[in-house]
Design a protein around this ligand. Sequence first.
Ligand SMILES: Cc1ncc(COP(=O)(O)O)c(C=O)c1O
Length: 468
Amino acid sequence: MQRKTLYQTVYHRLRYQILSGDWPIGSKLPPERKLAEEWGVSRNTIVHAYADLETEELIYSRVGSGRYVQALPPPSALPRLHWKDSLPGGSALSAPSLMTELHALVGTRSALNFAFGEGGNHTRLKAQFAKGIDPLHILETSEADYLFPVQGLPELRSWIAEWMGCEQITEPSQVMITSGSQEALQMTTAILANPGDSIAVEMPTYFGALHLFQSLGLHLIPVPVDNEGMRIDVLEGILSRSRPRFIYTVPTFHNPTGTILSEARRQQLLALSEKHAIPIVEDDAYRHLHFNQEPPPPLKALDRQGNVIYINTFSKVLFPGLRLGWVAANRPFMERLTRYKELSISTNTFVQHALWSYLQKGAFQDHLQEARCHYQRQAAVMDEHLRQLIPKGISYMTPTGGFYYWVSLPEQVSPKELLQKAIEQNVVFATGDMFLPRETEQPFIRLCYSHETEAGIEQGMRILSSLL
Ligand SMILES: Cc1ncc(COP(=O)(O)O)c(C=O)c1O
Protein backbone atom coordinates (compact mmCIF):
# COMPACT_ATOMS: atom_id res chain seq x y z
CA MET A 1 0.00 0.00 0.00
CA GLN A 2 1.27 3.42 -0.91
CA ARG A 3 1.94 5.54 2.18
CA LYS A 4 0.38 8.96 2.39
CA THR A 5 2.71 11.92 2.52
CA LEU A 6 2.54 14.09 5.59
CA TYR A 7 0.84 16.76 3.56
CA GLN A 8 -1.86 14.35 2.38
CA THR A 9 -2.52 13.19 5.94
CA VAL A 10 -2.97 16.76 7.12
CA TYR A 11 -5.11 17.73 4.14
CA HIS A 12 -7.46 14.73 4.56
CA ARG A 13 -7.72 15.24 8.30
CA LEU A 14 -8.73 18.87 7.79
CA ARG A 15 -11.17 17.96 5.09
CA TYR A 16 -12.74 15.33 7.30
CA GLN A 17 -13.11 17.78 10.21
CA ILE A 18 -15.04 20.10 7.91
CA LEU A 19 -17.22 17.60 6.05
CA SER A 20 -18.07 15.59 9.14
CA GLY A 21 -19.23 18.74 10.90
CA ASP A 22 -16.58 18.61 13.60
CA TRP A 23 -15.82 22.10 12.48
CA PRO A 24 -19.34 23.38 11.86
CA ILE A 25 -20.43 25.57 8.96
CA GLY A 26 -19.41 29.16 9.57
CA SER A 27 -16.96 28.29 12.36
CA LYS A 28 -13.52 29.87 12.43
CA LEU A 29 -10.57 27.63 11.63
CA PRO A 30 -7.57 27.60 13.96
CA PRO A 31 -4.76 29.97 12.86
CA GLU A 32 -2.03 28.25 10.82
CA ARG A 33 0.71 28.64 13.39
CA LYS A 34 -1.44 27.35 16.28
CA LEU A 35 -2.68 24.32 14.35
CA ALA A 36 0.83 23.53 13.15
CA GLU A 37 2.02 23.45 16.73
CA GLU A 38 -0.95 21.39 17.89
CA TRP A 39 -0.55 18.77 15.12
CA GLY A 40 3.25 18.81 15.24
CA VAL A 41 3.73 19.74 11.56
CA SER A 42 5.32 22.67 9.79
CA ARG A 43 3.33 25.83 9.28
CA ASN A 44 3.90 25.46 5.57
CA THR A 45 2.04 22.19 5.48
CA ILE A 46 -1.02 23.81 7.06
CA VAL A 47 -0.80 26.82 4.72
CA HIS A 48 -0.66 24.50 1.74
CA ALA A 49 -3.66 22.41 2.92
CA TYR A 50 -5.75 25.50 3.73
CA ALA A 51 -5.03 26.86 0.26
CA ASP A 52 -6.22 23.64 -1.37
CA LEU A 53 -9.37 23.56 0.74
CA GLU A 54 -10.04 27.13 -0.26
CA THR A 55 -9.69 26.23 -3.93
CA GLU A 56 -12.22 23.48 -3.31
CA GLU A 57 -14.50 26.09 -1.78
CA LEU A 58 -14.79 24.19 1.46
CA ILE A 59 -13.34 27.16 3.37
CA TYR A 60 -12.94 30.84 2.67
CA SER A 61 -10.84 33.64 4.14
CA ARG A 62 -11.99 36.99 5.37
CA VAL A 63 -9.35 39.67 5.12
CA GLY A 64 -7.93 40.49 8.53
CA SER A 65 -10.15 37.99 10.30
CA GLY A 66 -8.97 34.47 9.38
CA ARG A 67 -10.48 31.44 7.69
CA TYR A 68 -14.00 30.02 8.03
CA VAL A 69 -15.91 26.89 7.02
CA GLN A 70 -18.05 27.59 3.94
CA ALA A 71 -21.78 27.89 4.52
CA LEU A 72 -22.62 25.32 1.86
CA PRO A 73 -20.80 22.54 0.06
CA PRO A 74 -19.26 23.92 -3.13
CA PRO A 75 -22.18 24.42 -5.50
CA SER A 76 -20.15 23.41 -8.52
CA ALA A 77 -19.60 19.95 -7.03
CA LEU A 78 -23.34 19.30 -6.80
CA PRO A 79 -25.25 18.36 -9.91
CA ARG A 80 -28.42 20.34 -10.42
CA LEU A 81 -31.39 18.19 -9.62
CA HIS A 82 -34.24 18.54 -12.07
CA TRP A 83 -36.63 16.94 -9.59
CA LYS A 84 -39.75 17.84 -11.51
CA ASP A 85 -38.55 15.83 -14.50
CA SER A 86 -37.14 12.91 -12.60
CA LEU A 87 -39.64 11.71 -10.02
CA PRO A 88 -38.73 8.11 -9.20
CA GLY A 89 -42.30 6.87 -9.70
CA GLY A 90 -42.90 9.34 -12.47
CA SER A 91 -42.12 7.42 -15.61
CA ALA A 92 -45.07 5.08 -15.21
CA LEU A 93 -47.38 8.01 -14.67
CA SER A 94 -46.08 10.08 -17.55
CA ALA A 95 -48.59 8.69 -20.04
CA PRO A 96 -51.59 10.95 -20.59
CA SER A 97 -54.25 10.47 -17.94
CA LEU A 98 -57.32 8.83 -19.42
CA MET A 99 -59.26 10.03 -16.43
CA THR A 100 -58.38 13.62 -17.18
CA GLU A 101 -59.09 13.08 -20.86
CA LEU A 102 -62.50 11.67 -20.07
CA HIS A 103 -63.37 14.52 -17.77
CA ALA A 104 -62.10 17.06 -20.26
CA LEU A 105 -64.29 15.46 -22.88
CA VAL A 106 -67.39 15.90 -20.87
CA GLY A 107 -66.24 19.40 -19.94
CA THR A 108 -69.48 21.22 -19.86
CA ARG A 109 -72.31 19.74 -17.88
CA SER A 110 -74.61 20.30 -20.80
CA ALA A 111 -72.92 17.63 -22.95
CA LEU A 112 -74.98 14.53 -23.60
CA ASN A 113 -72.89 12.06 -21.74
CA PHE A 114 -72.51 8.50 -23.00
CA ALA A 115 -68.96 8.42 -21.63
CA PHE A 116 -69.24 8.17 -17.84
CA GLY A 117 -69.93 4.76 -16.34
CA GLU A 118 -72.25 5.84 -13.56
CA GLY A 119 -75.91 6.20 -12.78
CA GLY A 120 -76.25 9.93 -13.33
CA ASN A 121 -78.40 12.45 -11.52
CA HIS A 122 -81.71 10.70 -11.69
CA THR A 123 -80.51 7.46 -10.09
CA ARG A 124 -78.43 9.29 -7.52
CA LEU A 125 -81.36 11.35 -6.38
CA LYS A 126 -83.85 8.51 -6.59
CA ALA A 127 -81.78 6.48 -4.15
CA GLN A 128 -82.84 9.06 -1.53
CA PHE A 129 -79.45 8.62 0.05
CA ALA A 130 -79.37 11.98 1.77
CA LYS A 131 -82.86 11.58 3.17
CA GLY A 132 -81.82 8.70 5.37
CA ILE A 133 -78.87 10.51 6.87
CA ASP A 134 -78.59 12.88 9.80
CA PRO A 135 -74.99 14.12 9.99
CA LEU A 136 -75.40 15.49 13.49
CA HIS A 137 -76.82 12.21 14.69
CA ILE A 138 -73.85 10.37 13.19
CA LEU A 139 -71.42 12.65 14.97
CA GLU A 140 -73.27 12.42 18.28
CA THR A 141 -73.82 8.70 18.33
CA SER A 142 -70.81 7.25 16.59
CA GLU A 143 -67.12 7.58 16.63
CA ALA A 144 -67.12 8.77 13.06
CA ASP A 145 -64.19 11.00 13.81
CA TYR A 146 -62.25 8.07 15.15
CA LEU A 147 -60.33 5.52 13.19
CA PHE A 148 -62.05 2.34 14.26
CA PRO A 149 -60.85 -0.96 12.76
CA VAL A 150 -58.72 -0.35 9.73
CA GLN A 151 -60.93 -2.81 7.83
CA GLY A 152 -63.94 -0.51 8.22
CA LEU A 153 -67.18 -0.22 10.15
CA PRO A 154 -67.95 -3.72 11.50
CA GLU A 155 -71.73 -3.37 11.03
CA LEU A 156 -71.24 -2.43 7.40
CA ARG A 157 -68.88 -5.33 6.85
CA SER A 158 -71.38 -7.76 8.41
CA TRP A 159 -74.10 -6.33 6.18
CA ILE A 160 -71.91 -6.85 3.11
CA ALA A 161 -71.02 -10.40 4.11
CA GLU A 162 -74.70 -11.18 4.47
CA TRP A 163 -75.60 -9.43 1.21
CA MET A 164 -73.00 -11.44 -0.65
CA GLY A 165 -74.78 -14.53 0.61
CA CYS A 166 -72.10 -17.08 -0.19
CA GLU A 167 -70.60 -19.68 2.05
CA GLN A 168 -67.06 -18.46 1.40
CA ILE A 169 -67.72 -15.06 2.98
CA THR A 170 -69.55 -15.21 6.26
CA GLU A 171 -67.60 -13.03 8.69
CA PRO A 172 -66.88 -9.32 8.82
CA SER A 173 -63.20 -10.26 9.17
CA GLN A 174 -63.32 -11.47 5.56
CA VAL A 175 -64.41 -8.05 4.31
CA MET A 176 -62.59 -4.73 4.11
CA ILE A 177 -64.16 -1.38 3.20
CA THR A 178 -62.02 0.60 0.79
CA SER A 179 -62.06 3.99 -0.91
CA GLY A 180 -63.97 2.71 -3.90
CA SER A 181 -63.11 -0.50 -5.67
CA GLN A 182 -60.26 1.29 -7.40
CA GLU A 183 -58.34 1.44 -4.12
CA ALA A 184 -59.28 -2.19 -3.50
CA LEU A 185 -57.75 -3.09 -6.85
CA GLN A 186 -54.69 -0.97 -6.28
CA MET A 187 -53.93 -2.55 -2.89
CA THR A 188 -54.69 -6.07 -4.10
CA THR A 189 -52.41 -5.61 -7.09
CA ALA A 190 -49.60 -4.19 -4.98
CA ILE A 191 -49.81 -7.21 -2.66
CA LEU A 192 -49.98 -9.83 -5.40
CA ALA A 193 -47.46 -8.51 -7.92
CA ASN A 194 -44.18 -6.65 -8.19
CA PRO A 195 -43.16 -4.30 -10.98
CA GLY A 196 -42.01 -6.40 -13.93
CA ASP A 197 -44.34 -9.30 -13.10
CA SER A 198 -46.95 -10.50 -15.58
CA ILE A 199 -50.67 -10.68 -15.05
CA ALA A 200 -53.42 -12.07 -17.27
CA VAL A 201 -56.07 -9.51 -18.17
CA GLU A 202 -59.20 -9.59 -20.30
CA MET A 203 -58.80 -7.45 -23.37
CA PRO A 204 -60.45 -5.03 -23.72
CA THR A 205 -60.78 -4.17 -20.07
CA TYR A 206 -61.88 -1.46 -17.65
CA PHE A 207 -59.53 1.47 -18.30
CA GLY A 208 -59.03 2.29 -14.59
CA ALA A 209 -57.59 -1.20 -14.11
CA LEU A 210 -55.52 -0.94 -17.26
CA HIS A 211 -54.06 2.37 -16.22
CA LEU A 212 -53.34 1.08 -12.73
CA PHE A 213 -51.58 -2.07 -13.92
CA GLN A 214 -49.47 -0.16 -16.41
CA SER A 215 -48.55 2.46 -13.83
CA LEU A 216 -47.39 -0.28 -11.46
CA GLY A 217 -45.04 -1.57 -14.15
CA LEU A 218 -46.80 -4.88 -14.78
CA HIS A 219 -46.67 -6.80 -18.05
CA LEU A 220 -50.16 -7.45 -19.31
CA ILE A 221 -50.89 -10.77 -20.95
CA PRO A 222 -54.08 -10.10 -22.89
CA VAL A 223 -56.88 -12.66 -22.93
CA PRO A 224 -59.55 -11.98 -25.55
CA VAL A 225 -63.25 -11.72 -24.73
CA ASP A 226 -66.10 -13.08 -26.85
CA ASN A 227 -69.87 -13.27 -26.34
CA GLU A 228 -69.42 -15.63 -23.41
CA GLY A 229 -66.79 -13.52 -21.68
CA MET A 230 -63.12 -14.32 -21.24
CA ARG A 231 -61.74 -16.93 -23.68
CA ILE A 232 -60.74 -19.61 -21.22
CA ASP A 233 -59.25 -21.77 -23.98
CA VAL A 234 -56.80 -18.96 -24.76
CA LEU A 235 -56.07 -18.48 -21.07
CA GLU A 236 -55.30 -22.19 -20.79
CA GLY A 237 -52.72 -21.86 -23.56
CA ILE A 238 -51.17 -18.89 -21.80
CA LEU A 239 -50.93 -20.73 -18.50
CA SER A 240 -49.18 -23.64 -20.16
CA ARG A 241 -46.38 -21.25 -21.13
CA SER A 242 -46.23 -18.62 -18.40
CA ARG A 243 -47.11 -17.94 -14.77
CA PRO A 244 -48.94 -14.66 -14.36
CA ARG A 245 -49.18 -13.44 -10.78
CA PHE A 246 -52.94 -13.23 -11.04
CA ILE A 247 -55.85 -13.18 -13.44
CA TYR A 248 -57.93 -10.00 -13.47
CA THR A 249 -61.51 -10.37 -14.65
CA VAL A 250 -64.81 -8.50 -14.71
CA PRO A 251 -66.91 -11.61 -15.30
CA THR A 252 -70.35 -10.06 -14.91
CA PHE A 253 -71.53 -7.27 -17.23
CA HIS A 254 -67.99 -6.71 -18.31
CA ASN A 255 -66.71 -3.19 -18.81
CA PRO A 256 -66.59 -2.27 -21.69
CA THR A 257 -68.18 -5.17 -23.61
CA GLY A 258 -71.15 -5.92 -21.31
CA THR A 259 -70.57 -9.69 -21.62
CA ILE A 260 -71.20 -12.27 -18.92
CA LEU A 261 -68.80 -15.13 -18.32
CA SER A 262 -70.92 -18.25 -18.79
CA GLU A 263 -71.32 -20.72 -15.94
CA ALA A 264 -69.34 -23.35 -17.77
CA ARG A 265 -66.45 -20.93 -18.27
CA ARG A 266 -66.61 -19.85 -14.63
CA GLN A 267 -65.99 -23.47 -13.64
CA GLN A 268 -63.19 -23.81 -16.17
CA LEU A 269 -61.55 -20.61 -14.98
CA LEU A 270 -61.62 -21.78 -11.38
CA ALA A 271 -60.26 -25.17 -12.37
CA LEU A 272 -57.32 -23.48 -14.14
CA SER A 273 -56.69 -21.25 -11.16
CA GLU A 274 -56.62 -24.30 -8.90
CA LYS A 275 -54.46 -26.36 -11.24
CA HIS A 276 -51.79 -23.66 -11.53
CA ALA A 277 -52.31 -22.05 -8.08
CA ILE A 278 -52.91 -18.62 -9.58
CA PRO A 279 -55.26 -16.23 -7.79
CA ILE A 280 -58.19 -14.58 -9.55
CA VAL A 281 -59.09 -10.97 -8.88
CA GLU A 282 -62.83 -10.75 -9.52
CA ASP A 283 -64.06 -7.19 -10.09
CA ASP A 284 -67.84 -7.42 -9.75
CA ALA A 285 -68.86 -3.76 -9.95
CA TYR A 286 -71.98 -4.36 -12.07
CA ARG A 287 -73.34 -7.61 -10.57
CA HIS A 288 -76.39 -6.08 -8.98
CA LEU A 289 -77.45 -4.17 -12.07
CA HIS A 290 -79.05 -6.98 -14.03
CA PHE A 291 -82.26 -6.54 -15.97
CA ASN A 292 -84.76 -9.44 -15.98
CA GLN A 293 -82.44 -12.27 -15.22
CA GLU A 294 -79.93 -12.69 -12.43
CA PRO A 295 -76.40 -13.39 -13.67
CA PRO A 296 -74.54 -16.60 -12.75
CA PRO A 297 -73.06 -16.65 -9.24
CA PRO A 298 -69.82 -14.77 -8.63
CA LEU A 299 -66.60 -16.74 -9.00
CA LYS A 300 -66.15 -16.19 -5.27
CA ALA A 301 -69.30 -18.21 -4.56
CA LEU A 302 -67.80 -21.12 -6.55
CA ASP A 303 -64.34 -20.78 -5.04
CA ARG A 304 -63.20 -24.05 -3.47
CA GLN A 305 -59.67 -23.13 -2.48
CA GLY A 306 -59.76 -19.48 -1.48
CA ASN A 307 -58.18 -18.44 -4.78
CA VAL A 308 -60.64 -15.65 -5.54
CA ILE A 309 -60.16 -12.13 -4.27
CA TYR A 310 -63.51 -10.44 -4.67
CA ILE A 311 -63.90 -6.69 -5.24
CA ASN A 312 -67.10 -4.70 -5.44
CA THR A 313 -68.32 -1.13 -5.03
CA PHE A 314 -71.25 1.09 -4.10
CA SER A 315 -70.28 3.45 -6.94
CA LYS A 316 -72.55 1.82 -9.51
CA VAL A 317 -75.54 1.04 -7.30
CA LEU A 318 -75.46 4.44 -5.53
CA PHE A 319 -72.95 6.99 -6.83
CA PRO A 320 -69.17 7.08 -7.33
CA GLY A 321 -68.64 10.15 -5.17
CA LEU A 322 -69.29 7.97 -2.11
CA ARG A 323 -65.93 6.30 -2.75
CA LEU A 324 -66.93 3.16 -0.90
CA GLY A 325 -66.05 -0.28 -2.15
CA TRP A 326 -64.94 -3.53 -0.59
CA VAL A 327 -62.69 -6.54 -0.83
CA ALA A 328 -63.74 -10.00 0.35
CA ALA A 329 -61.19 -12.77 0.57
CA ASN A 330 -59.79 -15.46 2.81
CA ARG A 331 -58.31 -14.44 6.16
CA PRO A 332 -54.58 -14.72 5.36
CA PHE A 333 -55.02 -12.38 2.42
CA MET A 334 -57.18 -10.03 4.48
CA GLU A 335 -54.44 -9.85 7.11
CA ARG A 336 -51.94 -8.73 4.48
CA LEU A 337 -54.46 -6.30 3.09
CA THR A 338 -55.08 -4.84 6.54
CA ARG A 339 -51.38 -4.18 6.99
CA TYR A 340 -51.34 -2.47 3.64
CA LYS A 341 -54.45 -0.44 4.37
CA GLU A 342 -52.88 0.81 7.59
CA LEU A 343 -50.53 2.84 5.42
CA SER A 344 -53.43 5.13 4.55
CA ILE A 345 -55.02 4.69 8.02
CA SER A 346 -58.62 3.91 7.03
CA THR A 347 -61.47 4.65 4.65
CA ASN A 348 -63.54 7.77 5.35
CA THR A 349 -65.32 6.79 8.56
CA PHE A 350 -68.04 9.43 8.43
CA VAL A 351 -69.20 8.26 5.01
CA GLN A 352 -69.21 4.66 6.18
CA HIS A 353 -71.57 5.65 8.99
CA ALA A 354 -73.70 7.58 6.53
CA LEU A 355 -73.99 4.54 4.28
CA TRP A 356 -74.72 2.29 7.22
CA SER A 357 -77.54 4.51 8.45
CA TYR A 358 -78.94 4.68 4.88
CA LEU A 359 -78.87 0.90 4.58
CA GLN A 360 -80.62 0.51 7.92
CA LYS A 361 -83.55 2.60 6.72
CA GLY A 362 -84.27 -0.19 4.26
CA ALA A 363 -84.69 1.92 1.10
CA PHE A 364 -81.72 0.39 -0.67
CA GLN A 365 -83.32 -2.77 -2.04
CA ASP A 366 -86.25 -0.80 -3.45
CA HIS A 367 -83.84 1.66 -4.99
CA LEU A 368 -81.86 -1.16 -6.55
CA GLN A 369 -84.97 -2.74 -8.00
CA GLU A 370 -86.07 0.61 -9.36
CA ALA A 371 -82.61 1.36 -10.78
CA ARG A 372 -82.52 -1.97 -12.64
CA CYS A 373 -85.84 -1.21 -14.36
CA HIS A 374 -84.66 2.31 -15.04
CA TYR A 375 -81.43 1.19 -16.74
CA GLN A 376 -83.26 -1.48 -18.64
CA ARG A 377 -85.59 1.15 -20.12
CA GLN A 378 -82.63 3.36 -20.97
CA ALA A 379 -80.81 0.46 -22.62
CA ALA A 380 -83.94 -0.26 -24.66
CA VAL A 381 -84.09 3.34 -25.88
CA MET A 382 -80.48 3.17 -27.00
CA ASP A 383 -81.04 -0.24 -28.58
CA GLU A 384 -83.87 1.14 -30.67
CA HIS A 385 -81.49 3.62 -32.28
CA LEU A 386 -78.58 1.22 -32.60
CA ARG A 387 -80.73 -1.33 -34.38
CA GLN A 388 -81.48 1.18 -37.07
CA LEU A 389 -77.75 1.59 -37.64
CA ILE A 390 -77.09 -2.08 -38.36
CA PRO A 391 -77.63 -1.61 -42.11
CA LYS A 392 -74.93 1.05 -41.95
CA GLY A 393 -72.46 -1.58 -40.78
CA ILE A 394 -72.43 -1.31 -37.01
CA SER A 395 -72.75 -4.39 -34.81
CA TYR A 396 -73.15 -4.89 -31.06
CA MET A 397 -74.38 -7.30 -28.45
CA THR A 398 -77.45 -6.34 -26.44
CA PRO A 399 -76.49 -6.25 -22.77
CA THR A 400 -78.65 -7.88 -20.10
CA GLY A 401 -77.36 -5.65 -17.31
CA GLY A 402 -74.62 -3.19 -16.45
CA PHE A 403 -74.18 0.14 -18.20
CA TYR A 404 -72.69 -0.34 -21.66
CA TYR A 405 -73.04 -1.03 -25.35
CA TRP A 406 -69.77 -1.97 -27.00
CA VAL A 407 -70.34 -0.99 -30.58
CA SER A 408 -68.27 -2.12 -33.53
CA LEU A 409 -68.14 0.56 -36.22
CA PRO A 410 -68.00 0.13 -39.98
CA GLU A 411 -64.42 -0.13 -41.20
CA GLN A 412 -64.25 3.26 -42.84
CA VAL A 413 -65.31 5.11 -39.66
CA SER A 414 -62.60 6.32 -37.32
CA PRO A 415 -63.81 6.33 -33.69
CA LYS A 416 -61.67 9.36 -32.87
CA GLU A 417 -62.99 11.35 -35.80
CA LEU A 418 -66.51 10.34 -34.92
CA LEU A 419 -65.92 11.50 -31.36
CA GLN A 420 -64.59 14.84 -32.56
CA LYS A 421 -67.66 15.41 -34.68
CA ALA A 422 -69.91 14.29 -31.82
CA ILE A 423 -68.23 16.67 -29.38
CA GLU A 424 -68.92 19.52 -31.77
CA GLN A 425 -72.57 18.62 -31.37
CA ASN A 426 -72.29 18.18 -27.61
CA VAL A 427 -72.31 14.39 -27.42
CA VAL A 428 -69.50 12.45 -25.76
CA PHE A 429 -68.62 8.77 -25.53
CA ALA A 430 -65.52 6.63 -24.96
CA THR A 431 -63.46 5.34 -27.87
CA GLY A 432 -62.34 1.70 -27.91
CA ASP A 433 -58.62 2.42 -27.58
CA MET A 434 -59.20 3.57 -23.97
CA PHE A 435 -59.75 -0.05 -23.01
CA LEU A 436 -56.67 -1.46 -24.69
CA PRO A 437 -53.04 -1.17 -23.65
CA ARG A 438 -51.69 0.45 -26.76
CA GLU A 439 -52.58 3.56 -28.66
CA THR A 440 -54.45 1.71 -31.35
CA GLU A 441 -57.26 2.84 -33.50
CA GLN A 442 -59.82 0.18 -32.55
CA PRO A 443 -63.04 0.20 -34.53
CA PHE A 444 -65.10 0.29 -31.34
CA ILE A 445 -66.88 2.83 -29.20
CA ARG A 446 -68.43 2.37 -25.77
CA LEU A 447 -71.81 3.94 -25.25
CA CYS A 448 -73.02 4.20 -21.67
CA TYR A 449 -76.81 4.40 -21.33
CA SER A 450 -77.01 4.83 -17.57
CA HIS A 451 -76.05 8.47 -17.27
CA GLU A 452 -78.58 10.26 -19.45
CA THR A 453 -82.35 10.43 -19.18
CA GLU A 454 -84.38 8.66 -21.84
CA ALA A 455 -84.93 11.98 -23.59
CA GLY A 456 -81.18 12.64 -23.46
CA ILE A 457 -80.46 9.23 -24.96
CA GLU A 458 -82.97 9.88 -27.76
CA GLN A 459 -81.38 13.21 -28.54
CA GLY A 460 -77.78 11.99 -28.33
CA MET A 461 -78.48 8.91 -30.44
CA ARG A 462 -80.19 10.98 -33.12
CA ILE A 463 -77.03 13.07 -33.35
CA LEU A 464 -74.77 10.02 -33.47
CA SER A 465 -76.94 8.38 -36.10
CA SER A 466 -76.72 11.47 -38.26
CA LEU A 467 -72.91 11.32 -38.06
CA LEU A 468 -72.62 7.70 -39.13
C1 LIG B 1 -65.06 -2.79 -13.63
C2 LIG B 1 -64.93 -1.60 -12.77
N1 LIG B 1 -64.26 -1.71 -11.61
C3 LIG B 1 -64.11 -0.64 -10.81
C4 LIG B 1 -64.59 0.59 -11.14
C5 LIG B 1 -64.32 1.77 -10.23
O1 LIG B 1 -65.20 1.83 -9.20
P1 LIG B 1 -64.98 2.76 -7.93
O2 LIG B 1 -65.72 4.02 -8.19
O3 LIG B 1 -65.59 1.97 -6.83
O4 LIG B 1 -63.53 2.96 -7.71
C6 LIG B 1 -65.26 0.75 -12.33
C7 LIG B 1 -65.77 2.08 -12.73
O5 LIG B 1 -66.02 2.37 -13.87
C8 LIG B 1 -65.44 -0.37 -13.16
O6 LIG B 1 -66.08 -0.28 -14.34
